[in-house]
Design a protein around this ligand. Structure first.
Ligand SMILES: [Zn+2]
Ligand SMILES: [Zn+2]
Length: 461
């Protein structure tokens, strides 16, 4: 009946180790017999197989097969799973399809904390009702039903009575991993042959149609539908969706179905082609970004140089730059041509930065940078010409074109509010090449640092 066990031996299913670095697609591909990219795993080969399956005596707890991991994690394997006896308000569902949400994968890999006990994930469950309790009014045996990410709540607090059971003040019971009055004391999810839930948390599903495709609507779908609905997304509005994974692609489809003008932002070349199919325009990020700006070029004050040497005023330069994101590294390359004040020379600068998110608010950014200058820039900035040598008594110095400096820095950026962030940076800069021999240079290596507060104004264009 199960496509997974038809294809692979128990104990060797969906090995998290084998595909640990891969995303959800990789995880799914790791399971032989599953369609790559299919979000819902078929647990019944077809509807008739489900209909013929014997539900067992529903008045007593029954043992089914689940697919999950033992305490501590490991490969996904078949696990015997006890479901409670059918209560008066309960619906027993035989699973036909269950989505593989990335949160399921995170959970069983221990990426959201250690796997404390046997865990059968799955919270996008679609199946056939095989039993109903005496007080159930919305379902009959044979109906199609769905179960999302929660299976119970107190039902009487302010949030529950306002249809916000997910915010139950006494704690909602999640489809798996929640302490509850069920066999084993902890709820277990839909990667299993069946589930028994109170009627209130079962959703009526169409009797016909592509049930496998409907399963992901129960988590990824409703998660993205909710904000689109909240903001009354409609024809003529513009919607941007960042990231086209389990949630993102549904957000694109839902917004496009409402007639919105949808743009999807993706880092994956392979997903660009999906845009047209999903009804959106696509913008690929991580590509090289090109830009141009007018920038301040550094000078130095008259009192910082010996008598007889011209100072270099601060000036303005025209700058072009390129930024590329390559697997977490941000590379910058820029060129500046001075056109007012300053040296009026040319400099080229490059940097590599690797932002590391330490928490939701704190980001650390280690960075390396270097600057190159042409002869005009370097001679003007570091050189002593013949007249200056006579006037100052210093030796003549003509550095010519070459690298000027290299620096290493560590910046900490802390987001205080949505708009306000504070940054502090400490680093060290060392002069390179010829220029460090300039009579104007006192210390070849200098510490650097800054502190800044940034307020983001929001959308301007
Ligand atoms: Zn989910
Ligand atoms: Zn409640």
């Amino acid at each position: 009946m199960c496509k997974i066990c038809d294809a692979t031996a128990p104990g060797d299913l969906l090995s998290p180790e084998a595909s640990h670095d891969a995303g959800r697609r990789g995880f799914l591909k790791g399971a032989a017999g599953l369609g790559a990219g299919a979000a819902a795993v078929g647990l019944a080969a077809n509807a008739s197989a489900a209909a013929k399956a014997v539900p067992g005596n529903l008045t007593a707890a029954r043992t089914l097969t689940g697919y999950g991991v033992p305490a501590g994690g490991g490969a996904v394997r078949a696990i015997p799973l006890e479901r409670r006896a059918l209560g008066p308000r309960d619906v027993a569902i035989e699973t036909m399809y269950c989505g593989v949400c990335h949160s399921d994968i995170h959970t069983i890999r221990g990426e959201w904390g250690p796997v404390r006990g046997t865990t059968v994930p799955g919270h996008e469950i679609v199946g056939r009702v095989v039993g109903v309790g005496a007080q159930v009014t919305r379902f009959r045996v044979g109906d199609m039903a769905g179960v999302g990410c929660m299976v119970d709540s107190c039902g009487s607090c302010a949030n529950c009575t306002a249809d916000l059971e997910q915010y139950c003040l006494n704690g909602a019971t999640w489809t798996y991993g929640s302490k509850a009055d069920v066999p084993g004391g902890v709820t277990q999810g839909g990667w299993s042959q069946g589930i028994t839930v109170t009627e209130h948390f079962a959703i009526r599903m169409p009797q016909t149609g592509n049930l496998a495709a409907m399963a992901p609507l129960l988590c990824a779908g409703v998660t993205t539908f909710s904000p689109l609905h909240h903001w009354n997304i409609a024809r003529g509005m513009r919607v941007g969706v960042v990231g086209i994974g389990g949630l993102g692609h549904l957000a694109v489809k839902l917004a496009a179905a409402e007639g919105a003008d949808v743009t999807m932002f993706t880092t994956s070349q392979g997903k660009l082609a999906d845009a047209a199919t999903l009804g959106a325009k696509a913008i690929k990020t991580r590509d090289v970004t090109l830009g141009a700006s007018v920038t301040l070029t550094p000078g130095y004050r008259r009192r910082d140089v010996p008598e007889g040497v011209d100072h270099v005023s601060y000036g303005a330069g025209a700058r072009i730059f390129a930024t590329a994101r390559l697997g977490g590294v941000i590379a910058n390359l820029g060129g500046t041509q001075g056109f007012a004040g300053g040296t009026r020379g040319t400099t080229v600068d490059g940097s590599l930065a690797y932002p590391v998110a330490m928490s939701e608010r704190l980001t650390l950014i280690p960075a390396l940078a270097t600057t190159w200058g042409n002869a005009k820039n370097n001679d003007r900035y570091f050189g002593i010409d013949r007249l200056e040598a006579i006037n100052s008594g210093l030796d003549r110095f003509e550095p010519g074109a070459g690298f000027i400096d290299a620096s290493a820095s560590l910046t900490a950026s802390y987001r205080l509010t949505d708009r306000l962030s504070a940054s502090g940076s400490l680093g060290v800069t060392r002069l390179l090449g010829d220029v460090h021999r300039s009579p104007l240079v006192e210390h070849r290596t200098q510490p650097t640092g800054f502190f800044s507060l940034t307020y983001r104004l929001g959308r301007i264009l």
